[in-house]
Design a protein around this ligand. Structure first.
Ligand SMILES: O=P(O)(O)OC[C@@H](O)[C@@H](O)c1c[nH]c2ccccc12
Length: 269
């Protein structure tokens, strides 16, 4: 396990304990039951990737590696910009300490559009899955680098109970092999090395060879140009999770449109 993940895990476990003390699970579950019905995250991503690219567009204010990424940060406006440009789904960072995220950002962004939304956070406990649903999330992230197999299975079961999708994230072969024991059909390959924070699309190109048939692959992190996407599309990737490069643009709609225009198509056999 990596230093940054160890640090994050330590404060998350404290945060979970504090939140549980403040708001018992039963209360969160009651809110989750009252939340607006889930939107089908995986289906939306898949149908977008038939004709074009399936984009999970991320609403991200800051990151541990880059610090503040976007000053003018208005989640509903950003959600609208992404939706208008043809994003299939949204990802919203809710982690406070490392990403300057907030739970409300997810709820506000989701209310502004009709796209399904991923809660981007570090999950260890089914309590956080109920929280995600109470906020309105349609999909959760399971980061194999920071959970045990038991935790992953538990989180996945909780997501199924709440009718939510799961994006399972891997960044090396051992994690991929562990992820294959789960039911999740959405496989995120993270191009960011969490030790050095360096990103390389070679990670996706390498790992994709060992992803079983029938999974939907999402290449995550460090993607910024149409060439990045078309290069990966030549390896069979049709879905992408992109945050920083779009968050740095003044006109998010135009930048997102430009990225999605002219998707690579494999030559006819
Ligand atoms: O901003 P980028 O480089 O486009 O990356 C987006 C997303 O992949 C990244 O935010 C991410 C991937 N996995 C995570 C896990 C936790 C927090 C953040 C992430």
């Amino acid at each position: 396990m990596t230093d940054i993940l160890e640090k994050i895990k330590a404060y998350k476990l404290e945060e979970i304990a504090a939140r549980k003390a403040e708001r018992p699970l039963a209360e969160v579950e009651a809110d989750a039951k009252d939340a607006p019905a889930t939107r089908d995250f995986a289906d939306r991503l898949l149908s977008a990737s038939v004709e074009g690219y399936g984009l999970i567009a991320e609403i991200k204010k800051a990151s541990p590696s880059k610090g503040l990424i976007r000053e003018a940060f208005d989640p509903p406006a950003l959600a609208e910009a992404y939706a208008e440009a043809g994003a299939a789904c949204l990802s919203v960072l809710t982690d406070g300490p490392s990403f300057q995220g907030k739970d409300e950002y997810l709820t506000e962004a989701r209310a502004a559009v009709d796209l399904p939304v991923l809660r981007k956070d570090f999950l260890y406990d089914p309590y956080q899955v109920a929280e995600a649903r109470a906020l309105g999330a349609d999909c959760i992230l399971i980061i194999m680098a920071t959970v045990t197999d038991e935790q992953a299975t538990e989180l996945e079961a909780a997501a199924a109970d709440w009718d939510m999708d799961v994006l399972v994230e891997v960044h090396d072969l051992p994690e991929l092999e562990r992820a294959c024991k789960l039911k999740a059909r959405l496989f995120g390959i993270n191009n960011r090395n969490l030790r050095t924070f360096e990103t390389s699309i070679e990670t996706t190109k390498q790992l994709i060879r060992d992803v079983p048939e029938g999974k939907i692959i999402v290449s995550e992190s460090g993607l910024s140009t149409p060439d990045d996407l078309s290069e990966l599309a030549q390896y069979g990737v049709r879905s992408f999770l992109i945050g920083e490069s779009l968050m740095r643009q003044d006109n998010v709609t135009e930048a997102t449109r430009a990225l999605l225009a002219n998707p690579y198509r494999p030559p006819a056999p």
